[in-house]
Design a binder for this molecule. Structure first.
Ligand code: GTP
Ligand code: MG
Length: 361
């Protein structure tokens, strides 16, 4: 057969992959990374962030600063029609953001006015309920016989808790909220409006808060027991030494030395929110978006949601075995504990340790 008459076979390599013609031993396992990247680009990413704190602490402003777009309307607006009424009703707003071809659906769950009442006892309850409701919705989709190929994920991946810049110590409300909620969601505490504190006040306040978190057994993100290896521990230890980040938010742009910056203009100068000499906003942004976003989502799925799932399924299972007549179609042979699937095994060992330290609910 002449050269031109030979049937044409497509080359086994995909678009954008390197040729390894001379490398006889090359199999091409590394190409999986490119395949995963393409798939992820097609699917896009989802991130659900909840902001909790007293009214006026700058929650909406910080979300706008974080994503450099108006992802959450401000409560204080010149136009009264634009105002979000002060309420403890929980609101979710979703936005599709695109940067360099990467699509992300960002959902901000705002809890305006948290802890604004005179009696704030149990005010964490609606927030806890909201978080559990999202786990329940996911669980119901997951156990559905005709489940969707991709389950819509409304689970709260991270909860940014705004501490008022008092400079003294945590309030009982802060301790209560973080103690309870850190068992069901990744909590990232921040000191709000940090421009109101001097550097000494800020350092003292941060240290006091860290001690109080330790004393009350509050494990905020990144949790020590979920570090996967020594490298993780090294990186996360540095973050743990800095928590809570003292942040300043702004969605106003200014020109400083010919550069456009996000900042707060005051009579004595401009606070640049992304300048680490001015505040710790950049560390928070890096943690949430640039370095730990996937890990935050992984811990939500493999620890927090998994804890909820196991508890719920064991509850229903126990219910079936004690009340079989309630469910004529279901005849369980024994009170079988729901076992966790292998991919989670590594983290589950840690989870058991966590459960021994304290019940999640
Ligand atoms: N000094 C200072 N002011 C801020 C900061 N962030 C926001 N503000 C201002 O604080 C006011 C309230 O900000 P919002 O972002 O609406 O506060 P919020 O927490 O969302 O308030 P609610 O929606 O009522 O719960 C606005 O005037 C902001 O410009 C900050 O870091 N420092
Ligand atoms: Mg707001």
């Amino acid at each position: 057969m002449s050269e031109s008459a030979k049937p044409h076979h497509p080359t086994p390599q995909g678009k954008g992959e390197k040729t390894h013609g001379s490398d006889f031993s090359y199999v091409g396992i590394d190409a999986i990374l490119e395949q995963m990247r393409r798939k992820a680009m097609k699917q896009g990413f989802e991130l659900n962030i909840m902001v909790v704190g007293q009214s006026g602490l700058g929650k909406s402003t910080l979300m706008n600063t974080l994503f450099k777009s108006k992802v959450s309307r401000k409560s204080v607006q010149p136009n009264p029609e634009e105002r979000i009424p002060k309420t403890i009703e929980i609101k979710s707003i979703s936005h599709d953001i695109e940067e360099k071809g990467v699509r992300m659906k960002l959902t901000v769950i705002d809890t305006p006015g948290f802890g604004d009442q005179i009696n704030n006892e149990n005010c964490w309850q609606p927030i806890m309920k909201f978080i559990n409701d999202q786990y329940e919705a996911y669980l119901q989709e997951e156990i559905n016989i005709n489940r969707k190929k991709r389950i819509p994920d409304s689970r709260v991946h991270c909860c940014i808790y705004f501490i008022p810049p008092t400079g003294h110590c945590l309030r009982p409300l802060d301790v209560e909220f973080m103690r309870r909620l850190s068992k069901v969601v990744n909590i990232v505490p921040v000191i709000a409006k940090a421009d109101t504190l001097t550097l000494e006040e800020r350092d003292y306040f941060k240290q006091t808060i860290r001690e109080e978190l330790r004393a009350n057994g509050i494990d905020v993100y990144p949790q020590k027991e979920f570090d996967e290896d020594a490298e993780d521990r090294l990186i996360n230890d540095k973050i743990r030494e800095m928590i809570p980040f003292a942040v300043v938010g702004s969605d106003q742009e200014y020109q400083v030395n010919g550069k456009r910056i996000l900042g707060r203009k005051t009579k004595w100068g401009t606070i640049e929110v992304e300048n680490i000499a001015h505040c710790e906003f950049a560390y928070l942004r890096d943690l949430l978006i640039r370095t730990h976003m996937q890990n935050i989502k992984d811990i939500t799925g493999s620890i927090h949601y998994e804890t909820y799932r196991v508890r719920r399924l064991n509850e229903s299972n126990a219910h079936f075995s004690t009340h079989p007549s309630d469910h004529p179609d279901v005849q369980p042979k024994a009170n079988v504990k729901i076992l966790l699937t292998p991919p989670h095994c590594k983290i589950i060992k840690k989870e058991r340790k966590q459960k021994q330290c304290g019940a999640a609910f």
